[in-house]
Design a protein around this ligand. Structure first.
Ligand code: NDP
Length: 488
């Protein structure tokens, strides 16, 4: 893709491009004056067409043998490999992240397709039990049309994390990418769709009426939604109208608890990997750091020194280590949080080096910022900031820090940092979260394979990844035979 090229994107229903005559612009968050894409704005009627196509395709797709579904998915993943470099560049231009981050996002998406292909064979087996009187079979059957709704912050990994499990278990899909990052995802989805019959993968775009029309549609049997908690509540209410199954991956306000035996200079390099990826726009980024009161000043200075090394710039600039935010709302919100923290009397350090200063106001650039002298109940501590600003909060005792960490309606991930592993495991079990990391805030390769991911409280319902994630896309059909009636 050249710097000047503008991608024109239609919807994709039943293997056909569907235009609407009305297009919305996608602009580069790092060079806002540049239009990157024009995307067809859909309507409730387009949603209906897409859902009906998916419903019609489901009648035969559900009967396709599992090994063929797996083969098609693996072939689609191999085709995506060939496109991955191009997709990563498109993603930088529409979504704003660093090229190495979008490359990872694309790679994660492809990897997740392969992962479910491997898991599906043993997972989908029918279980059978028998005694003198009866035979019981428990089948796993697909649900039907799945509506997949994704946000902009890691669009490729999150989309493919829905596509793989839905298709391999025999469902069909209507996918609504985010208007803030629809281009690369749609290109990848259309590539994959060629490996499946018409109607198995459908893509719709549009704001306003489109999301609710999809989540309300009576032929949709499952909604897999990733996005903000407020939107998640609207999705849940819409799903209730026709009792749809839902998986909700929502917001988080992840605490990191530094214990008093932790060494700041050891912790900080790993901790910043949990705070600043994608400029803090990660659902399970560290969003507040609790530090023993006696260590606060040392920890603050060590963290500031490390954060000051960031180079803030355009995603395709190889020198950049921190990219702009994705959109105007997010930018205004994060800038507002920083301003209000200053006004409250907190100590606020705006750090890092600005690259390409002449372009600074032509994108949503925010300096990485570390804050202390902030109350545990401050807005910056209680909210999901989704940006490169992190508060440090002092604590006096284990009981107090657990109480502060759990005093939130969020419960996505969390982390504990210290050298006494038994103590860390003991405290982990008392954190109200779907996931807790010890001495990191990211999944290891082993974690990728074995950790179901998701939130408690208002951070979500259900889990993704592993066979627990696959189970979100199936129904159980239990069949019982009375053997006595068959005897001669
Ligand atoms: P939003 O909730 O604003 O949007 C997510 C998607 O939902 C978009 O495609 C949006 O499109 C759509 N949408 C909005 N309103 C409705 C509706 N009433 N019915 C159906 N669909 C609707 O989230 P963001 O895109 O701003 O993403 C950021 C949020 O996502 C953060 O809170 C983050 O924590 C969360 N997230 C959670 C993850 C997790 O695994 N728990 C992972 C990644 C992000 P449109 O606006 O066009 O309608």
């Amino acid at each position: 893709m050249t710097k000047e090229s503008v991608i024109k994107l239609d919807m994709f229903i039943n293997h056909k491009d569907v235009s609407t005559g009305k297009y919305f612009e996608v602009r580069d968050p790092g060079r806002y004056s540049e239009v990157v894409g024009l995307v067809a704005t859909g309507s409730a009627a387009n949603v209906n067409d897409a859902v009906c196509a998916a419903h019609a395709a489901f009648q035969s797709w559900k009967n396709v043998p599992l090994n063929e579904r797996v083969e098609r998915l693996l072939a689609a993943a191999a085709e995506l490999d060939k496109l991955s470099a191009e997709l990563a560049v498109t993603l930088v231009r529409e979504q704003g992240m660093l090229l190495r981050e979008t490359t990872r996002d694309v790679g994660n998406g492809i990897k997740s397709l392969r992962e479910v292909a491997t898991l599906a064979e043993s997972f989908m087996q029918t279980e059978e039990f028998e005694d003198e009187e009866s035979v019981v079979r428990v089948e796993k059957v697909p649900r039907g049309v799945v509506a997949a709704i994704v946000p902009w912050n890691a669009p490729m990994g999150l989309t493919m994390g829905k596509v793989g499990p839905a298709l391999v278990t025999g469902n069909t899909l209507v996918i609504k990418p985010s208007p803030f990052a629809p281009l690369a995802t749609s290109q990848a989805l259309k590539t994959i769709a060629a490996f499946f019959p018409p109607g198995v993968i459908n893509i719709i775009h549009g704001e306003g009426e489109v999301g609710p029309a999809l989540t309300r549609h009576p032929l949709v049997r499952k909604i897999s939604f990733t996005g903000g908690t407020t939107t998640g509540k609207a999705v849940m209410a819409a799903a209730a109208e026709s009792v749809k199954s839902i998986t909700l991956e929502l917001g988080g306000n992840d605490p990191a608890i530094i214990l008093d035996d932790a060494v700041p200079s050891d912790v900080v390099p790993e901790l910043i990997k949990g705070i600043f990826p994608r400029s803090g726009q990660v659902c399970y980024a560290v969003k507040r750091v609790y530090v023993p009161a006696g260590m606060l000043d040392t920890f603050f200075e060590t963290l500031c020194e490390a954060v000051d090394q960031f180079k803030v710039g355009y995603g395709l600039d190889e020198r950049a280590t921190l990219a702009p935010l994705n959109n105007r709302n997010q930018y205004d919100f994060v800038k507002g949080l920083i301003e209000r923290a200053k006004q409250s009397g907190a100590t606020v350090r705006e750090l890092g080096k600005k690259l390409d200063v002449a372009n600074w106001n032509n994108g949503y650039y925010v300096s990485p910022t570390v804050v202390k002298d902030v109350a545990p109940s401050a807005e910056l501590v209680l909210t999901e900031q989704f940006g490169p600003v992190i508060p440090l909060i002092p604590y006096e005792s284990e009981e107090q820090v657990l109480q502060m960490a759990n005093s939130t309606e969020y419960g996505l991930a969390s982390s504990i940092w210290g050298r006494d592993v038994d103590r860390a495991f003991r405290l982990s079990s008392r954190i109200e979260a779907g996931v807790t990391f010890i001495n990191s805030h990211a999944r290891t390769a082993l974690g990728e394979r074995h950790m179901p991911f998701g939130g408690v409280k208002q951070s979500g319902i259900g889990r993704v990844r592993t066979t627990v994630g696959l189970a979100e896309y199936i129904e159980y059909h239990a069949i019982s035979l009375n053997k006595k009636a068959c005897r001669p």
